[in-house]
Design a protein around this ligand. Structure first.
Ligand SMILES: Cc1ncc(COP(=O)(O)O)c(C=O)c1O
Length: 391
């Protein structure tokens, strides 16, 4: 069978391959960004489902608008306002099937074969794959613990004239880096100055442990005139509520949003109305703040345990910044003890054929995971759980 040429640019994700290991007893993958299913608010979701079926079964089980189920758009608009983005009307967003679909719609809407896009190095592998599927040449911009370096980014924008710049400014995956307030303003200014679209992917912004991160680019955009036009924001309930509902959203300039909506029509017509109605009901019930508080507290404890274990077990062999939020920690190998299975996250690197393995020894520190683990990645996460293993 002959397949489309566009498939020549992509390969299946090594991380998705690692997910298969999760079924094996005693194995905990630190590589994939699975939230811990034990933290899902099953009771809250069940009561939302019951309420939906009792009061709005018709629309919740019917076809719906591609833009999204209106009650959910209203709840998401209020949710964004509670996080500082106060002026996002329901009509300025569309609901997507996970934020992954928002990224796909951006690729579909904006990228022609041969176009260049700039991403952070490293960045979320699935985004690279998605943009490559549309023929993009992916250019990597350097980051440090404070996120992307604006001067270097500007040089790359001038040199490559990219179609878009994709950033995870808050608790990046896989780096864990967070863009400072000053750099956020610079990024918005660069967007306006060079008239380049900046995509802010923000699935982790709510997962802070103690101190809230700087405002999102979206929240800051009113302070940088003209920047809103050059900004697209992707949000998700996956990391804070659960990924199974597949609720994400895209906020963008009206013209871009209209075209993305058209592409979504051809793709899945609309995100599950049942899932959208459930999410809307859940948000309306007002329990989200408690859910967030619980998730933050557990992940804070696990992130600390992972940092302690890395220091005590691997010592000088690795370098990493103790994460203050999110679910991932970029872990660099000094002595090749932890080797990269996710090189494809570094867009200019090649994926190794055989994945090397590393078994972390049990730390004397209280580590809320089982002693045996698959520790094969530069991105280490602490959110997932294996069967029977609890903090
Ligand atoms: C940075 C980033 N963006 C987007 C996604 C996709 O999330 P979802 O499609 O579940 O909303 C993920 C999932 O791991 C991610 O880490």
């Amino acid at each position: 069978m002959k397949f489309a040429d566009r498939l020549n640019n992509v390969e299946t994700s090594a991380i998705r391959e690692l997910f298969k290991l999760l079924g094996k007893p005693g194995i905990i993958s630190f590589a994939g960004g699975f939230p811990d299913s034990a933290l899902f608010d099953v009771a809250g979701i069940k009561s939302a489902v019951d309420e939906v079926l009792a009061t709005q079964a018709g629309p919740a089980l019917q076809y719906g608008a591609t833009e999204g189920y209106q009650p959910l758009r209203e709840q998401l608009s209020a949710f964004m306002a509670s996080k500082g983005a106060k002026d996002v009307a329901p009509e300025q967003m569309i609901v997507t099937t996970g934020s992954q679909q928002a990224l796909d719609l951006l690729g579909k809407t904006l990228i022609n074969p041969g176009d260049k896009v700039i991403v952070e190095g490293p960045t979320f592998l699935a985004t690279i794959q998605c943009f490559r599927l549309y023929g993009a040449e992916v250019i990597s911009a350097p980051i440090d613990a404070e996120g992307v370096q604006p001067d270097a980014l500007e040089q790359l924008i001038i040199e490559h004239q990219p179609r878009l710049v994709y950033l995870i400014p808050t608790f990046g995956n896989p780096s864990g880096a967070t863009l400072t307030l000053e750099r956020r303003k610079r990024v918005l200014e660069l967007a306006v100055k060079h008239q380049v679209l900046v995509v802010e992917d923000d699935p982790y912004g709510d997962l802070y442990f103690d101190e809230a991160p700087p405002p999102s680019l979206l929240s800051l955009s009113p302070t940088v005139p003209g920047s809103r036009e050059w900004l697209a924001h992707c949000g998700s309930l996956s990391k804070v509520l659960c990924p199974g509902l597949r609720i994400g959203w895209l906020i963008a300039d009206p013209e871009l949003l209209a075209r993305a909506t058209m592409c979504k029509q051809f793709s899945d017509a609309h995100t599950s109305t049942y899932a959208q109605a459930t999410a809307a009901q859940y948000l309306q019930s007002g329990v989200m703040p408690q859910t967030l508080a619980r998730v933050r507290a557990v992940y804070a404890e696990r992130a600390k345990a992972m940092g302690d274990a890395l220091r005590s077990e691997l010592g000088d062999a690795v370098e990493f910044v103790q994460p203050k939020a999110g679910s991932s920690c970029g872990c660099g190998s000094r002595a090749r003890v932890v080797r990269s299975a996710t090189r494809a996250s570094w867009p200019n690197a090649r994926l190794p054929k055989a994945l090397p393995s590393c078994r972390a020894r049990r730390s004397s520190a209280r580590i809320p995971m089982r002693p045996r683990c698959a520790c094969r990645s530069r991105r280490l996460t602490w959110t997932g759980s294996a069967r029977g293993s609890r903090a």
